[in-house]
Write a new protein. Sequence first.
Lengths: 112, 115
Amino acid sequence: GEDVEQSLFLSVREGDSSVINCTYTDSSSTYLYWYKQEPGAGLQLLTYIFSNMDMKQDQRLTVLLNKKDKHLSLRIADTQTGDSAIYFCAEWNAGNNRKLIWGLGTSLAVNP
Amino acid sequence: SAVISQKPSRDICQRGTSLTIQCQVDSQVTMMFWYRQQPGQSLTLIATANQGSEATYESGFVIDKFPISRPNLTFSTLTVSNMSPEDSSIYLCSVDRDRPTDGYTFGSGTRLTVV
């Protein structure tokens, strides 16, 4: 079945770049999403990338997609303490009953 | 994007009782999803709720334990029945969007503690 994997923890210093990685198995995925969950809060869509794209940039966020290796990454430039959260990678394709397949989440800690 | 109001935001319940969680959406949506997020875990899909039909449950979840209602295109409820401490989790509702680029919108979650 489909599977999405992420490293569980990442710690960075404020001002550095953070890179959160994700691998997936479903080659028919059409959209890949990054969600952010702050403590005690719901999930917020950060960004997405369509499967025919290699890169997408949105302000401090850069998403890279390597379709051959089924590898997705989220880079956060100039990481701030407010970026401390859990980041979830999720994949979607229309054939999967419109369900998202979720990774376990990467907990990002930003140290001053 | 849609705005979802989820209630209650948290509750502490006695084992053996039931809790009904409500999600109200500010626009009509085709599909609503109910998730469970156990402490320190990812999201697990409980069921998909379409208006006018029975909810579709994922493996490991049954209607008797998690009955769902979807009376119209803007509202749904999830009941956690005959609760035990193992049901302590965050429960989240989510709605599909017409455009995949909009992603899925989530309610703020219900933090349930069963004692």
